[in-house]
Design a protein around this ligand. Structure first.
Ligand SMILES: NC(=O)c1ccc[n+]([C@@H]2O[C@H](COP(=O)([O-])OP(=O)(O)OC[C@H]3O[C@@H](n4cnc5c(N)ncnc54)[C@H](OP(=O)(O)O)[C@@H]3O)[C@@H](O)[C@H]2O)c1
Length: 293
């Protein structure tokens, strides 16, 4: 039996979660649009994640849209007290599956209400404001207006904690001056290390850093150094990629995504994998060139 608590815990605001969690995005249909290929198997993945000790699930109402939230509700409601559901707002899907920015007060407010209704809860544990100033990744621009709207929804008791996603260091700084930010969710993995300095800053402030695409996203990571390290350790490359993140900083929380029970089990087992320092040094070379300080 996998014991994911071996990887420890970290705070998400007033909650504390295990460092190995689960990201639900892959449960929707192709392109994160429409229903899953196999609904029963999607429900089984969610139920097994919880049965294996996962207490942190990342989702959004715009996955599907509504699909992953409906699956979570069907598989897991009524939710156990220890489960922390983290959602995100700031986008709307077009009829063609496109991802469109949605930052007006009206859009943000309806997104919070949609998440509440589809997850069937009265308050959202954590809501990430997901920025979309550029389709290429984080881009500068003030976040004051949307964050103030989200702060208002928090004061109404609809949102317990606020996080930021797809943000620059400057936006994190601006956000922290406006609201109590409990987590940052950005693109980061072995090969994509632009946020190295930000992660360390957030660790110092006890703010969780939750990498999205921890395995490389829609095209999982491939590297000879990763494959060699995995072979030497008797693990899989994806397990090594996750173990590297766990060892990278104590405030990193994992939300690897999968629609496969086998992959879920494999990913959760990474909680138990310790990388020797020589392996970490070799793996560090993969993304060194992308680090920004
Ligand atoms: N804030 C944001 O902008 C944002 C953006 C993207 C994602 N997210 C969140 O971050 C979570 C994680 O990101 P992600 O799911 O896109 O990417 P990911 O976790 O890096 O990788 C998922 C991909 O890896 C495959 N995979 C998973 N485990 C595997 C294994 N053990 N062996 C081989 N392949 C494996 C999955 O396919 P299978 O289904 O076949 O396993 C899927 O194609 C999402 O679920 C979502 O909640 C947030």
């Amino acid at each position: 039996m996998i014991d994911i608590s071996r990887a420890g815990t970290f705070a998400l605001g007033t909650r504390r979660v295990k460092r190995v969690g689960y990201g639900a995005m892959q449960l929707a249909g192709p392109g994160v649009f429409g229903p899953p290929k196999d609904r029963q198997s999607a429900l089984a993945v969610l139920r097994e994640a919880l049965a294996s000790g996962v207490d942190h699930i990342d989702t959004s109402d715009y996955y599907g849209p509504h699909v992953t939230n409906h699956l979570i509700r069907e598989a897991l409601h009524p939710y156990p007290d220890n489960l922390v559901l983290v959602t995100k707002i700031g986008a709307r899907r077009g009829a063609d599956g496109s991802w469109n920015p949605a930052f007006s007060a009206e859009h943000l407010t309806s997104a919070v209400h949609d998440n509440l209704r589809h997850l069937k809860i009265n308050a959202l544990d954590v809501v990430n404001l997901r920025l979309m100033f550029s389709a290429q990744g984080p881009a500068e621009g003030s976040i004051e207006a949307p964050l103030t709207v989200l702060g208002g929804l928090q004061r109404q008791g609809l949102v317990r904690h606020i996080g930021l996603s797809n943000v620059t260091r400057k936006q994190v700084e601006e956000g922290r001056a406006i609201a109590d930010i409990v987590c940052v969710q950005n693109h980061y993995n072995l090969a994509h290390r632009e946020d190295d300095a930000l992660i360390d800053e957030l660790a110092g402030a006890a703010i969780a850093y939750v990498p999205f695409f921890p395995l490389g996203g829609f095209t999982p990571l491939q590297s000879s150094a990763l494959s060699e390290a995995a072979k030497a350790l008797g693990a899989t490359p994806m397990q090594v990629a996750l173990a590297w993140l766990l060892q990278r900083a104590p405030n990193i929380l994992l939300i690897p995504g999968t629609a496969s029970l086998d992959h879920l089990r494999e990913n959760l087992a990474a909680a138990d994998l310790k990388l020797p320092s020589a392996a970490v040094a070799a793996l560090d070379q993969i993304g060194r060139a992308t680090a920004r300080h």
